[in-house]
Unconditional design. Sequence first.
Length: 231
Amino acid sequence: MYYSKLAAPILLVADCTQAPPLDLAEEVLGSEILVYARQHPSQAHALIWSRLIITTILSHYFPDEFEKAVIEDEFEDSVSCKGLPFKYAKIGATKGRVAIAMSTLPVFLSFKTYDTTNSMKELVRMRFSVIFNDWIDRQENPELAFYHLWALTDCLSQRGNPTVRAVIGDDDQLSVRGSSVMLRETFKFWSSSEWICAVQGPALTTLLTAIRTPEDTIRLLRDIQSEKAGK
């Protein structure tokens, strides 16, 4: 099939508690993002680290195309990469961490930690139908099932398309149905003992995952700069 030839989507999770290198960020990303970051200090670390990570991914995987690409960024939770195999980037941030999902096809991301208060869980549960709440309660691990459903429905809410919805299949498994026959709706979860990521989109059969440290990102950026200087 055509979709098997697409670059596999990538999901990275990174610590963003450390202050980003502003001189390097300005050189790589430009000054506009630093102005925005100063105006939004609570978002600054996640904002800058996520864009630095996106730059390392695109430069590493698509060095030739990256030089000619048009990156559209409104400093929100998505970045558009025109002229590149990875056209879509989604960003999620929570509790000093940032997650970045990148894909050739549209992709949606939800990133949550497990330290949600009981009152918040009750409010979220009220949003689910009786069918979904019953499904959570009969799972072997209801807590994990709750977060799976919450993260997935959060992804779907970002799409704003009521024809794409979460369902409980005949096998009692959580799944997604959509209106397109050509693009089968899929999703992937990735979790640790502290957080869970849900990535949802069409034809999402493979997802490459990695943890990224600040030191790794800085090293990769330095490598990219050295390669440019050597050309």
